[in-house]
Design a protein around this ligand. Structure first.
Ligand code: CO
Ligand code: CO
Ligand code: CO
Length: 319
């Protein structure tokens, strides 16, 4: 939504803007000195779990993620709070504590924030990070021949939807929450040891939505082998039972025209590839030899496909 409206504004005429709003990248990058640039991003959302502490912590992990996706190191954060005037302040205190501790886990620090009264709770952070102005990673550098790695399983959207509808298994919900709570920090640090060509984090647009952005920005086709995509436990079952969030259907309606389907695959698996993720993993394009080493040094990173010369469509989906 913001993309469409921002596109009406002139591009910022400022030579220090290294990444601005005119590319659909994860965060903005602003050069301070020849050695140092700021990476800035903001994210907030309505509660996705019942426990306020966990909600705050997931919101923090999710907000930090865009800095990691650019290869940056988060340094400070501002909280963004919308909270009902008549709601229990103890619950808000727990949300803030969960966020604060997750931000601290990232060796980042909360230095302020802003709150308003709102009928619906919303919470998140604006995060500032640092990166070298010649060494940040965008979604625009994927090259034909690169391998594609994904660092977290997908399915947080369908698991949350199944939970809301009352048929999610407790252990599947726990695993999904655990995944959302996991910082992309270790994945980021692991990938920075190699020659990464492109990276983005998988969030609201789902795996295929974010893959499409990378393909278009890089001028290539991303080929994804569905059967290799790591899935959260239960996700396939819940998708089969129809636990598809509104966001999944929107993603599919928007992205599917960019997908060339090669061969047959189970419909529920295809649905999952459009499932909106909260605090999802990093999608990384890097040379084959580096990919093999990254798989060894960071075993959660799974190979899900490869980069090809730009073909008929930005995405090719294999069974
Ligand atoms: Co992002
Ligand atoms: Co974001
Ligand atoms: Co203020």
């Amino acid at each position: 939504m913001l993309d469409q409206v921002l596109a009406r504004l002139p591009r910022p005429a400022n030579e220090n803007v290294l990444v601005g709003f005119d590319t659909s990248d994860d965060a903005g990058v602003y050069k301070l000195t020849p050695e140092c640039a700021l990476v800035q991003t903001v994210d907030f959302f309505t509660p996705i779990v019942d426990d306020p502490y966990t909600y705050g912590a997931i919101a923090a992990a999710n907000s930090l993620s865009d800095v990691y996706a650019m290869g940056g190191r988060p340094i400070s954060a501002l909280s963004i709070v919308a909270y009902p005037a008549d709601a229990d302040l103890e619950e808000l205190a727990e949300i803030l504590r969960g966020g604060y501790e997750k931000i601290a886990e990232a060796d980042c620090v909360v230095i302020g924030g802003h709150s308003i009264h709102d009928a619906e709770i919303k919470f998140g952070y604006a995060v500032t990070g640092l990166v070298h102005p010649e060494r940040f990673i965008t979604n625009a550098g994927a090259r034909p021949g690169d391998a594609l790695l994904l660092t977290k399983p997908i399915g947080t959207g369908v698991v949350s939807t199944a939970l809301k509808r009352g048929f999610a298994r407790a252990e599947d919900v726990r695993a999904s929450v655990e995944s959302m709570l996991t910082l992309n920090r270790a994945a980021c640090e692991a990938m920075l040891a190699y020659e990464v060509h492109a990276c983005t984090d998988v969030t609201g647009f789902g795996l295929l939505g974010h893959a499409r952005e990378m393909a278009v920005a890089s001028g290539v086709t991303l080929e994804i082998e569905s059967a290799r995509v790591p899935l959260l436990a239960g996700a396939l079952d819940y998708a089969r039972q129809g636990a598809l969030a509104g966001g999944l259907k929107n993603n599919r309606a928007f992205v599917s025209c960019a997908v060339e389907r090669c061969g047959d695959m189970a419909e529920e698996l295809e649905h999952l590839l459009y499932d909106p993720q909260t605090s999802g993993g990093l999608l990384i394009a890097l040379p084959e030899r580096d990919a093999a080493e990254l798989e060894r040094s960071y075993p959660a990173a799974r190979r899900i496909g490869r980069v090809r010369e730009r073909g008929e469509k930005p995405l090719r989906l294999l069974p």
